[in-house]
Design a protein around this ligand. Sequence first.
Ligand code: SAH
Ligand code: SF4
Ligand code: F3S
Length: 450
Amino acid sequence: MSEPLLHSCGPRRLYVRTFGCQMNEYDSLQVRRQLADLGYVPVDDIGRADVIFLNTCSVRGKAEQKVHSFLGSLRRLKEAKPHLKIIAGGCVAQQLGQKLLDRFDHLDMVVGTRAVNSIGQLLQQMEESGGRATFLHDEGNWGAGLDCREIMPQSGVTAPLTIMRGCNNHCAYCIVPSVRGPERSRRPGEILEEIRQLERSGVREVLLLGQNVNSYGRGLDEEISFAGLLRRIAAETGVARIRFTTSHPKDLTEELMVCFAEMDILCKHLHLPVQAGSDRVLARMNRGYTAGAYLEKVGRLRRICPEIALTSDVIVGFPGETEEDFRTTMELIEEVQFDNLFSFRYSDRPNTKATAFADKVDGQTSALRLAELQGRQAEITLQKNLAEAGSTREVLVEGPSKASNGQMTGRTSQNRIVNFDGPLSSMGKILDVRITFAYSHSLKGEAVER
Ligand code: SAH
Ligand code: SF4
Ligand code: F3S
């Protein structure tokens, strides 16, 4: 470990703000860990920070806009505190590079999505040179530095763990491949070691992450599938639960479906983004499956593992989406009855194929479609939650509930949040909880004796 960095008032304080997906959350953990090695102390109050690290998301226009306004709001802080260093990392940083530095003159450093592995070194480099800097890796070099170093001990019950980076699926609307590079899997040995380390710090559940997690294993020296990795985790670590996200329907294999039925520690939840119900739209999106193929896989999975919960993502108003196309999406969500659904209005992203499509759907139409879809899904989700009432579910207790005083909170295997009366000492344990009440986003229950 290096000597702690000190300035006139003691150790340097680090504030990290994360936008976007869980992979960014994981990267932020890496940043915290590396800077902790350099003596930085984390703070929750941005006003006390000496270094601010923003991990940014660019997946939709709105996400990028949030980053720009947050960055704008930091100008005053920098004026009041000139020694403050502001760093932008993540997908907007990768996308805009020097342009971000040009736009915000109070920003000190822009680091690309791969630079999280060397953030400590880059920060020191910048401090020594005294100037502002942009660090992006060149296009041909996405593979270098993939291995993550040991991550910080976790205080939580569940921990994210990125097992692969990037994506090889060029969905026509998506900016991710251009800001995260091609798909690269981490070595199984390294993943297993990281899980063992997490376990030693009290973690009970790991959330395996990747943009296309079920295609894990491609390009590795040893031959291993994603299902193979799951089985190795079950056999070679003592973790109590495994979750994973996000899976691409075209890579959902029979071998993986069977894992849900055979592996006790694998949570019975699959997030399987469908994006649209119309084959014409799916083809233009370049998704690589038809609605029929999707439904067939869902049917097969439910036969193999009837208690599985399914969630999905849908985009409405993709260029060229007709009223009829949208109706087929509504029919699909009616047929599948997802446990939960994340839905978005299509948003043009730079350097994507769909941005160049001429037949854009007007904003009002897509807003109406989104409202209709979300309204119907809210009913389905509530109905699914209501059906839980009276059942007893195994809940992994994550900690005190934020919402209600004195209650504990946890999740069922199907990923439903349950709040219940219980002692703090139940944290990290798997308890049987009888569900007594259902809300639209959570359940209420009471712990029962085993
Ligand atoms: N890798 C994952 C998801 C990546 S982004 C997958 O393949 O499913 C998360 C979600 O954001 C996507 O599933 C999609 O529904 C949505 N999304 C991505 N790009 C978008 C865009 N340009 N406009 C609207 N929604 C978008
Ligand atoms: Fe984007 Fe498609 Fe890759 Fe998901 S699978 S990250 S939507 S390109
Ligand atoms: Fe956003 Fe980048 Fe994740 S665009 S969704 S932070 S991979």
